[in-house]
Design a binder for this molecule. Structure first.
Ligand SMILES: Cc1cc2nc3c(=O)[nH]c(=O)nc-3n(C[C@H](O)[C@H](O)[C@H](O)COP(=O)(O)O)c2cc1C
Length: 199
């Protein structure tokens, strides 16, 4: 299977990088083709400009490649920290520019954009791995876990990928080496569960 892996974390050596490395290593280990993007390393330009907004608009080569990859992916895995209950702005820009009309979703004919879109992604599953420094109970009760709604409903559900799994690891800042090792084991087990060995 062809799996797109997107990492958005600015610091090399972060736990997010460790998660992304484990994801790539695991996928390759069971025979999948991995298309990997470290958005900060690649200095991804997150600004969606006016001319690029309409369906069918001309996009630059970088965006065109991302669009082709995501449209043809059999699986999608996103890795990022919880920043203010949202993805880092760089990744938000990737969403704005790559999760485009005509590529990942479209509206029915005679629908000007007010209706319920039709998802176009053919990926069989999507996984989002997050990290945070908030205890689970506080995240659920005080903040309402906005990342779950953003990824599950607003993005993957809307684009037709209903086989969705998300995991938020934490608290990172006080975690022990043993906890981090067990979280990476969990990443590996999750990836194999959703994308088992080829053949
Ligand atoms: C700009 C910014 C905003 C953050 N907002 C949150 C937040 O809303 N909730 C939270 O639990 N942690 C928040 N954090 C902490 C990060 O989630 C935490 O540093 C990260 O998950 C740790 O992973 P790492 O070791 O890979 O950096 C924030 C950190 C930064 C830099």
């Amino acid at each position: 299977m062809k799996i797109v892996v997107i990492l958005a974390h600015p610091k090399k050596g972060s736990f997010n990088h460790a998660i992304a490395n484990m994801v790539v290593e695991t996928l390759e280990g069971v025979g999948h083709e991995v298309i990997y993007h470290d958005l900060y390393e690649e200095s991804f330009d997150p600004i969606l400009r006016s001319a690029e907004i309409p369906k069918g608009a001309c996009v630059d080569d970088v965006i065109s490649n991302h669009c082709n990859e995501i449209a043809n992916a059999d699986g999608i895995i996103i890795v990022h920290p919880n920043w203010w209950g949202q993805p880092p702005a760089l990744l938000k820009g990737w969403i704005d520019r790559v999760i485009r009309p005509g590529v990942t979703y479209e509206f029915e004919e005679n629908d000007s954009g007010e209706g319920v879109p039709i998802g176009l992604l053919k990926a069989k599953a999507a996984i989002v791995f997050n990290t945070s420094n908030t205890y689970h109970e506080r995240e659920m009760n005080v903040f309402g876990d906005p990342l779950e709604t953003i990824w599950k409903n607003c993005i993957f559900g809307l684009c037709g990928v209903n086989n969705f799994y998300r995991k938020m690891y934490g608290v990172i800042v006080t975690s022990t080496i043993e906890e981090r090792k067990s979280w990476l084991d969990d990443v590996k087990e999750t990836v194999i569960r959703y994308f088992p060995k080829e053949g």
